[in-house]
Write a protein that binds this ligand. Structure first.
Ligand code: GAR
Length: 195
């Protein structure tokens, strides 16, 4: 059983999908730690309800990006973590961090990479950009994380149709329901199983 840490910043619906998948889809890994970079993240409540250990690591308190990443590494080592899943983690990790965990960090992104991705594309902004461009199909991508934002090897993708009258909010919800919440647990299982 691989030990999984999930990094979160907000609501944590993807974390919830991973928790709910344990014992059904997710059998080769166990979520043993949830790390938030925001003390108010509702995802922390979800973790506590599921009896999962939590840590809050604040960049501001650490003083610099380098110190923030060192603290994250310490926490991961202390918990014996094998795999890291970024599930709505709204801060970029530099090569100092990512190079320590090659093919051990997964991220879920709410578009079909290479569309609408990279620095500045996160959360509702991604869906706003898809609607502004006028694409008819979008989706979600799970990929390995390297030093290039949203640039690591793709593990899985799922397409979702845009509907007339979609707003960023309705589209975000459909992409989550039809793609992210299915794809992320499946990809986590695949990576844990093959490790
Ligand atoms: C999800 O849609 C996730 O794909 C996205 O933020 C949302 C987090 O929701 N991540 C990014 O945009 C990363 N670039 P959640 O907290 O409910 O899982």
């Amino acid at each position: 059983m691989k030990r999984i840490a999930v990094f979160v910043s907000g609501g944590g619906t993807n974390l919830q999908a991973l928790i709910d998948a344990q014992g059904t889809v997710l059998n080769s890994g166990k979520i043993t730690l949830v790390v938030a970079n925001n003390a108010d993240a509702y995802a922390l409540e979800r973790a506590k309800k599921a009896g999962i250990a939590t840590e809050v690591v604040l960049k501001k308190q650490c003083g610099s990006q380098a110190a923030f990443e060192e603290r994250l590494k310490e926490v991961l080592t202390a918990h014996g973590i094998d795999i890291i899943v970024l599930a709505g983690f709204m801060t970029i990790l530099t090569e100092n961090f990512t190079s320590c965990y090659p093919k051990r960090i997964l991220n879920v992104h709410p578009s079909l990479i290479p569309s609408f991705c990279g620095e500045g594309f996160y959360g509702l902004r991604v869906h706003q950009a898809a609607l502004d461009y006028g694409v008819k199909v979008t989706g979600a991508t799970v990929h390995f994380v390297n030093e290039i934002p949203d640039g690591g090897e793709i593990i899985a993708q799922k397409a979702v149709y845009i509907e007339d009258g979609d707003t960023p909010e309705t589209l975000q919800r459909r992409v989550m329901e039809q793609a992210e919440w299915i794809l992320l647990p499946e990809a986590a299982e695949k990576v844990c199983k093959e490790l």
